[in-house]
Design a protein around this ligand. Sequence first.
Ligand code: GLA
Length: 730
Amino acid sequence: MDHGIFFDEKEELFSIQMKTTTYIIGLANGYLGHIYYGSRINGLVGKESLRLNDYTFMNGEKKDKCTFMDSFPFEYGTAGIGDFRTAALSVRNEAGFSGVELKYISHNIYNGKKKLNGLPSTFGDEGDTTSLDILLSDTEGLIEVTLTYSIFKDSDILAKSVRVNNSSDQKLYIEKLMSSSVDMPYEGQEIITLHGSWARERAACRRDIGHGRIEISSKRGISSHQEHPFMAFAKPGTSENIGEVLGMCFVYSGNFLAEVERNQSDTLRANMGIGDYDFSWKLDPGETIDAPEVLLCYSTAGLGNMSREFHNVMRDHLIRSPYLHKKRPILINNWEATYFDFNEEKLLEIARQAKSCGIEMLVMDDGWFGKRDSDNCSLGDWVVDKRKLPDGLTGLCKKINDMGLDMGIWFEPEMISPDSDLYRAHPDWVIAIPGRENSECRSQFVLDLTRSEVREYVYECVAKVLRETNIKYVKWDMNRPLTDVGSTVTRGGEIHHRYMLGVYELMERLTSEFPDLLLENCSSGGGRFDAGMLYYSPQIWCSDDTDAMERLKIQEGTALIYPPSAIGAHVSICPNHLVGRTTDMTTRGYVALLGTFGYELDITKLSDEDKEIIKEQVADYHRFNDLIREGDYYRITSDGGLYTNYSVYHSYSWMFVSKDKKEALLTYVQERGTANMRPQQVKLVGLDPKKIYRLDDGRSFSGDELVHIGFVTDKLWGDGKGRLYHFVEE
Ligand code: GLA
């Protein structure tokens, strides 16, 4: 069968054929069941695996419906009618009763892909994308559910989303709304998730799946530093380049739920969707709600292949920025250089010295507005502080432009300080439970972006600055979770999701009015690094931890899903402000080269020697960024040892290989030195075994040798030492 989506009328089976994988669902007396997800099946498939003979209910006998309900592999299981496994959908009617039973009504297979209302999602045109809508309806007419599946040419990604419509004449309350549910046999899979904390984002964790339920979620109103909207199920023995793994990634930036339950019959149900915590969505008759998209990838060639499939779909079908395929300006950000203590003179001095080293943009971080000398005040008062910048933003921007640099700026649009003119004027504009004292976090509250007048205010603050100046880049920050989730206008249970819809509306407006703006998202570092945000911004600040050794792990975890070209990474000063470690300036550059690349330090205090290194790093960036941004990413060794088979010598190494396999860059970093060690021999991946590659030092190797026998790295002495090896086809 070709790539595409097919319906077998006789068997009532849908088969979704991707590049190397197949997803099959089928109908049984109108119930939609999951049959298969795995490597490509081209032959005929029947409904054997739905085990219909197990159920007398299938022969029309009503006396044991419950057995059917509780074990049929529902494609979209609902709560209340006998399926006791964790549900994909739970709906309460006006009288407070839960119960929905979905049966097939119709389907539609078409080229292209529809947009989701107010939500980020993958896109595709009629030439490269095929979609399937399956309409299901409640047997008592309460609701209609449309399950949408989309696939992309040359890709193993399956995009799933859900639309729910109240088809009744009463109010309904949606209490759980998953975007994807997959029932599958338990075959010893381990679950891989990403977890962390502020400055320790996205560390991978791999564990067994016992009976019961595992929940990965965020209740913080952001996708969060702590848990990540991602989970993968790896069959035993799956590692970087071999084995089967099913990965799921959520295109959403707010509360989420990712869960897997291993039930009494040893099958797994894996759900992903908007978090059901504090979620209760009222649907009036005729109203609909869209559930955000989940991207699924079944890889039969290990975790590395899964990562590359996610990277490709995000680069080809999710990130819309015109910067996506362009080299981003090398920027210098003044946050770690000055924190709040800066003025125009200081910024211009940084800019001047940066320019002389080849840096292309100055980004002015927090502290330029209101009376913001610390994080205690002024959020919401987006008026330039003339004490620091006497000639205003226009004056500063012009001076920076005159030096030949572009200018970028920091905003935290979603926030309000209790000590601000905005709060004094509009104390009700915050997320708070009326009548309760509101909890401060970093001395700030969250603006109630569920309200249109608040969104209007926020939008105009940012847009005014961009209209009046020649600022080319915005770092959009978000530095606290949502607590005390209440509002003077919006219903409880809906605030979290309506807040996210508000944020998305703002980003949509901003990127529409300023299509050439380079937007970088940020949330206390990487607290909102997710696929939802990538729809609006081609890059996201990865972590406030800029220590190169710590970044090895954080960036590796981030690149498990997201393309390195989206990972905000800078060289910062040593000793590092968070961990006190000193790492070679050169190695710091190698680590930051994996991502967007830039600087986060006071260049005016650097030695001449370090400034010379900056010039070399700038040259490396220009030389290698096309390859890094557009190429395929391979993890080679990892000290965590989670993905790769081994790293005997505490090393992290990774490669970028161009799509035509003519060029490759290996970065090798020795995190820690080991006594009496032989240089490590690393087997390279992704090269063409038939090609001959020449290393920059003139040595030549066959692809075969590099892939199968390996490449002997240099002997490195010390902690945090690294090398770049650049291979070009001879
Ligand atoms: C957050 C960001 C930092 C910096 C500060 C400014 O923590 O992650 O990069 O912008 O805010 O307050």
